[in-house]
Design a protein around this ligand. Structure first.
Ligand code: NAD
Ligand code: TYD
Length: 354
């Protein structure tokens, strides 16, 4: 079996659902259930015997040691992290605690587990660490896209904490020989994304007739990848990646934020004409910029394409259409996340404009 961490969050849940749909191998899903972890994301696999959910922290060494000893996974895929840049600006501590200290404790237990293995089991074990393109910093408009050898230059507490975890993972390979794989992916979007991130936030606000907040001039560029394509890339790296290697994952879909928001508005005009305010673009509101806002990210994914034959299935246009349709078709999921912690966050981040 495999052990997945953070599998109740956005990408982890998509990964677990795809995995269980595509193969028979069981999954242990270790997730702390922070504000971003949501068991509703996993409702469709409730009662599936091949899925074992365990609530807990990757930094809880006794818990992790017990799970490893009992279930003996052949691979570990580490999604668990604090993941939102704006939250890291308001309060970096949780990011250091989980992404740096938590990853360290987790790696120590993985190392002890792997060290005690022998033969084929030891040779075939893999620890796959899921990371982000944000560790490479910010690009100018004409700079080449990030490759696996681009120097790290993280700018936010979030990206700095992810960079630290990537360095630990790298060092555990170099020093101890732990068979690690690291993936650095661009911005994801798709079903089950928590509505603090741009695309689901805009979707939810637009159908509710609320302002669509654009930071700064709206011309920051992100390289968008449909979450299902990220999950298929991780599976490709897990099955055929070389231990110790890094793989950049991206979809060659560079878009300015304002373009993304206008695309969603146009789709909603056609698919959801009953919204309180139409055309939806009327809701676009420019707000104060994010502190230290990275201008542009772009991924050069030629290594994973060349070496592992991976290709994204979705263009931005097909992926965003699926995503908009999913949010419209799942009002119960949306209503469920729009309570409690999420509302509290919106008030703190956007104040009276919320
Ligand atoms: P998310 O915030 O939606 O989910 C994170 C999950 O991790 C949640 O279920 C949460 O409960 C869990 N978690 C947090 N701290 C934990 C801890 N200490 N122990 C166990 N579980 C814990 O994040 P996401 O968007 O799904 O991102 C998943 C991973 O992918 C992260 O490592 C992130 O850095 C990386 N990533 C995200 C993107 C993106 O666009 N969202 C892009 C590239 C890489
Ligand atoms: P986000 O989804 O938070 O991802 P990241 O910061 O990890 O790239 O933001 C994507 C882009 O959208 C980023 O440039 C910030 C911008 N943004 C807004 O303009 N308004 C918003 O309300 C949010 C959440 C993000």
């Amino acid at each position: 079996m495999i052990l997945v961490t953070g599998g109740a969050g956005f990408i982890g849940a998509n990964f677990v659902l795809d995995w269980l749909a595509d193969c028979d191998e069981p999954v242990i899903n270790l997730d702390k259930l922070t504000y971003a972890g949501n068991l509703h994301n996993l409702a469709s696999v409730e009662g599936v015997a091949r899925h074992l959910f365990v609530q807990g922290d990757i930094g809880d060494r006794a818990l992790v040691a017990g799970l490893l000893a009992k279930h003996r996974p052949r691979a570990v895929i580490n999604f668990a992290a604090e993941s939102h840049v704006d939250r890291s600006i308001h309060g970096p501590e949780d990011f250091i605690q989980t992404n740096v200290v938590g990853t360290f404790h987790f790696l120590e237990e993985i190392r002890a587990y792997w060290n005690a293995m022998e033969g084929m089991e030891k040779a075939e074990f893999r620890f796959l660490h899921v990371s982000t393109d944000e560790v490479y910093g910010s690009l100018g408009p004409h700079d080449d896209a990030f490759t696996e050898t681009t120097a790290y230059a993280p700018n936010s507490p979030y990206s700095a904490s992810k960079a630290a975890s990537d360095h630990l993972v790298r060092a555990y390979h170099h020093t101890y020989g732990l068979p690690v794989l690291t993936t650095n992916c661009s911005n994801n979007y798709g079903p089950y994304q928590f509505p603090e991130k741009l695309i689901p936030l805009v979707m939810m606000n637009a159908v509710a007739g609320k302002p669509l907040p654009i930071y700064g001039d709206g011309l920051n560029v992100r390289d968008w990848l449909y979450v299902g394509d990220h999950c298929s890339a991780i599976r490709a790296v897990l099955s055929a990646g070389q231990a110790g290697e890094v793989y950049n994952i991206g979809g060659r879909n560079e878009k300015t934020n304002i373009d993304v928001v206008k695309t969603i508005c146009t789709m909603l005009d056609a698919l959801h004409p009953a919204s309180p305010v139409t055309p939806h673009e009327k809701l676009i509101t420019y707000v104060k910029d994010r502190a230290g806002h990275d201008r542009r990210y772009a991924i050069d994914a030629r290594k994973i394409e060349r070496e592992l034959g991976w290709r994204p299935q979705e263009t931005f246009e097909t992926g965003i259409r699926k995503t908009v349709a999913w949010y419209l078709a799942n009002p119960d999921w949306v209503a469920n996340v729009a309570t409690g912690e999420y509302r509290h966050w919106v008030e703190k981040q956007y104040g009276s404009q919320a």
